[in-house]
Design a protein around this ligand. Sequence first.
Ligand code: UDP
Ligand code: MG
Length: 316
Amino acid sequence: MPLTPRHSVVVPVCNEAEVLEAFHTRCTSAMQAIGEDYEILYVDDGSRDASWEILVRLAQGDSRVRLLRLSRNFGHQVAISAGIESARGDTVTTLDADLQDPPEVIADLVAAWREGADVVCAVRQERRGEPWFKRVSASAFYSFVNLFSDIPLPAQAGDFRLLSRQAVTALLAMPEQHRYVRGMVAWLGHEAATVGYSREPRAAGQTKYPLSRMLSLASDGILAFSTLPLRAVTWVGLGVTGCALAMGLRLVWAHLVGQRSLTWDAASLAALILLLAGAQFVTLGILGQYLGRIYSEVRHRPLYLVRDRRGFEDPT
Ligand code: UDP
Ligand code: MG
């Protein structure tokens, strides 16, 4: 295999023992159909099942397979970042190992790249076989993140995309720890071509994206690309101050014209105090979210650690 293959396929793997072999067979035939040199780079993101052993076996039987094993689970977004960093192809395509992203679509992504696109996103036109909760929460996710984000993100585009070498170089220059890769790619500003595809049901195994992880991905999407929450709490604060001023003026007026002054019963006072205390804690929480992110950025820890690698024996 030449040192730099034409196409790289980056596959994050976390406990996917049930699907890996089927994935590899299908991905291999999809890549062979393109008819150019390629590599498949699997990133084992701290799997606790037999995934790594299966990957090692696949690599022994196929010189186009390269493996990266992270020291623990760093999360999907870091796993694909690690893969993109080690990929050598002129194009780098990321896709999931569970066959929800059909490898045959890579040929369409490559065709759009040949026409000059630096970023080609595969956009889900249909989400067949996904439970309704996943469909609804995913579409709420896109609209919610977009509502806040300063950069418009393509709807229904996950992390199935092709990047040109130029886009990869630009992406690798972004060192942030909290990675929301689709937002980072949108930030690069390359005009993105899109290719529609129908999202298949998961071939086997369980999703590794429960609601809690979706929420944390959404907060990365919002907090990394917008300061709107900070501005919003400023406006809430101004609004509350305005109400307090109006209330004060009303009390003064009542006093001047000799009306009986306004009285509050204990319950409504308690409600008001709780409301304001709540608003203050929310504000602190939002500040804390940004502060925590600043803290993890300034520590400058490595984004991931590699425990093992295979297929990197060549001089590069
Ligand atoms: N994945 C990963 N690390 C994680 C979670 C997921 O590498 O911490 C991989 C997983 O093996 C799969 C891809 O990311 O290849 C997408 O995960 P999944 O299919 O569970 O997400 P869903 O499609 O349900 O959103
Ligand atoms: Mg999946």
